[in-house]
Design a protein around this ligand. Structure first.
Ligand code: ADP
Length: 186
């Protein structure tokens, strides 16, 4: 399996080529949509492998806290059902609309909301997919810059989260993130 590690203060940030549903970190992050009721890509795999408890919790969060849907950039936490992780954090990345609709700000917010929520739960390891770069069509290079900068800035200010994985699903995506990581973490 492809893997590259970078150290930021006391935290290891690792890029891996893998399926995020195979990760045994305390948290895995879902690139959800605002309905919180499931979708394709990462979302579909998490619900399929994790089982119906995750969807039941999402429905409860929808009806009690977000009747009109989870806003872009925000994050919520559920248990992880049959998955190896303890929790799933569901966040909504922006849909790419050409780059002039604050897409980068919303993408940064999705990463930071997830990290803040994980931190508040006292977890020490977390796995992210490449949020927004599938169905939501955010260009991968730009997304990798936003993602790795957000992670770098966050982890440098804390010591609780000791391991952050970016889990990339194709060799091409992995290579784009690796090229960006070499710049940002140098
Ligand atoms: P979004 O709607 O936010 O774009 P997608 O799930 O469509 O989310 O895609 C986000 C990224 O996750 C894409 O690069 C896609 O190839 C990748 N991906 C899809 N399934 C998985 C998986 N099981 N594990 C890790 N990454 C995945």
């Amino acid at each position: 399996m492809e893997k590259s590690e970078f150290k930021i203060k006391k935290t290891v940030v690792a890029l891996v080529l893998n399926d995020i549903t195979e990760m045994d970190t305390d948290v895995i992050v879902n690139a959800a949509n605002s309905s919180l009721l499931g979708g394709g890509g990462v979302d579909g795999s998490i619900h399929q492998k994790g089982g119906s408890n995750i969807l039941d919790e999402c429905k409860e969060i929808r009806s009690s806290r977000f009747p009109t849907g989870l806003p872009t950039g925000q994050a919520v936490l559920t248990s992880a059902g049959n998955l190896k992780s303890k929790y799933v954090i569901h966040t909504v990345g922006p849909i790419w609309k050409g780059g002039f609709h604050h897409e980068s700000e919303f993408l940064e917010k999705a990463y930071l909301s997830s990290l803040n929520l994980a931190f508040s739960k006292g977890i020490s390891s977390i796995s992210f997919p490449s949020i927004s770069t599938g169905t939501y069509e955010f260009p991968t290079k730009e997304a990798s810059i936003v993602a790795l900068r957000a992670i770098k800035n966050f982890v440098a200010k804390q010591e609780l989260i000791s391991k952050v994985f970016m889990v990339l699903f194709s060799k091409k995506t992995y290579e784009i993130y690796l090229e960006t990581a070499k710049e940002i973490f140098k």
